[in-house]
Ligand binder design. Structure first.
Ligand code: PHE
Length: 348
């Protein structure tokens, strides 16, 4: 029994010194010193020995138990100190350390352009207005001198709002995603405040997707309606805008064109940025921005105005294109603007 006690001591000390955490050590304690542990088992053997032997063995047992217990306490302290230190290291915060600044975003390129354009026009008295982007056929086409079956409508590649196959209709005809900002013309006249000097910037939708067309895009459309408004005012507004927005080296070109809602009508082109004439954005060094003209008498009438008394100019341009023409932009596919690729967007 004495040798068993010695063996017990050897194993217990070994187990204690190899325990790597307080939890390990607790297992060791239960196994060796616990109520049902090896020590208690061994001590049960005492009843089978003579009282002479019991005295000796009792002493040895005491000695063994003390040694094991001492080793246990020692190990326990060491482990606890280590564990406390690890916890402290982990939980330590330097409350005086500077914080990590969270990433700061910025307005998208398109919003920046909207703000810039609105600001430029506000300098010459154009107020920014908003009109619906989902609208009736009446405002999008019919009131703009485009009767229902007129082939000119085809140019607007229009999306209709439908429930299944059934195109939705309302008070003033079919419901469309506005294919141009011109739907605001008659709506603005209906407000009944004359003269009108407004800039309407909104989202437009057409079934087209190419480097120069995105199915969702923006137009900004200006209206100047009053007495004695004429083409020279139109020219003056363009010259002013182009100088402000693009700088002195970009030119505009007016090409005679046809729109149902203006007469005469023009298309406005802007010259390419110097050195970028070959970019796939341009056609022979020019980019078409949009249309313009003197408002058609029928449109003025649809808005409740007397064409004998009032005349007006209207011009509608693609906002993204206008922005892409800006010096240094170097964006050669309009669809990049809406891909939400942060690597692209973060550059602006
Ligand atoms: N709405 C026309 C378009 O989308 C542009 C335009 C606006 C033309 C105003 C003339 C006057 O192409």
């Amino acid at each position: 029994m004495e040798s068993e006690l010695r063996k017990f001591q050897e194993f217990a000390l070994q187990a204690i010194s190899s325990a790597q955490s307080s939890a390990d050590l607790e297992h060791v304690r239960v196994q060796y010193l616990g109520r049902k542990g090896q020590m208690s088992e061994l001590m049960k053997g005492l009843k089978d020995v003579t009282s002479e032997q019991r005295k000796v063995i009792g002493q040895v047992a005491n000695e063994v138990k003390k040694k094991v217990e001492a080793a246990f306490s020692e190990r326990e302290k060491t482990l606890e100190v280590g564990e406390r230190k690890a916890r402290e290291d982990e939980e330590w915060i330097d409350i005086s350390a500077p914080g990590t600044a969270s990433a700061q975003g910025h307005l998208t390129l398109v919003t920046q352009a909207i703000e810039e354009i609105a600001e430029i026009f506000s300098q010459i008295g154009f107020v920014q207005v908003r009109h619906p982007e989902i609208d009736w056929d009446w405002y999008s086409f019919e009131s703009l001198n485009m009767p229902k079956t007129h082939p000119a409508r085809d140019e607007w590649e229009t999306f209709f709002i439908a429930d299944g196959d059934k195109v939705q209709t309302g008070e003033k005809g079919k419901v469309v995603l506005t294919p141009h900002s011109s739907n605001g013309q008659v709506r603005e006249m209906e407000r009944g405040r004359m003269p009108i000097r407004a800039i309407n910037i909104n989202k437009c939708y057409r079934r087209q997707s190419t480097v120069r067309h995105s199915p969702m895009f923006h137009q900004f459309e200006g209206w100047l309606i009053g007495e004695n408004v004429n083409i020279t005012h139109m020219k003056g507004v363009f010259d002013y805008f182009v100088k402000q927005f693009f700088g002195p080296d970009r030119e505009t070109r007016l090409r005679p064109y046809h729109f149902r809602f203006t007469e005469p009508s023009f298309e406005i082109d802007i010259s390419a940025e110097k050195g970028k004439e070959d970019s796939k954005l341009y056609k022979d060094g020019w980019l078409e921005l949009g249309g313009a003209g003197m408002m058609h008498p029928n449109v003025l009438r649809a808005g409740g105005l007397d064409p004998e008394k009032y005349t007006g100019i209207a011009f509608g341009w693609g906002l993204e294109r206008t922005m892409m023409m800006k010096s240094g932009m170097n964006i050669d596919d309009i669809r990049l603007l809406y891909k939400n690729d942060m690597r692209f967007l973060e550059q602006f």
